[in-house]
Design a protein. Structure first.
Length: 84
């Protein structure tokens, strides 16, 4: 689950632990009006910490974008409320 996003990365929460340095292919799905849209990135885990979820094991991760297409960067900027 994405907690926060910026133009350089994501803060995510997960029930699975991932080592720092892990690279992930991520598709972020979001609502755009009455439709769903998405953008895809390759991101790397740059920090991790334990963060229980409803009393169960859980983790938060800081992910840094390693690769994003310009078209997807524009979608992200629009989603973040920035001008294209």
């Amino acid at each position: 689950m994405i907690i926060n996003a910026s133009e350089t990365g994501l803060l995510v929460q997960s029930s699975k632990n991932l080592p720092i340095g892990t690279k992930l292919n991520i598709a972020v799905i979001f609502s755009k009006g009455f439709e769903l849209a998405n953008f895809e990135v390759v991101a790397e885990v740059v920090w991790a910490k334990s963060n229980p979820i409803d009393g169960k094991e859980g983790y938060q991760f800081g992910l840094r974008f390693v690769y994003i297409l310009e078209e997807d960067r524009q979608k992200l900027n629009h989603l973040l409320g920035e001008s294209d």
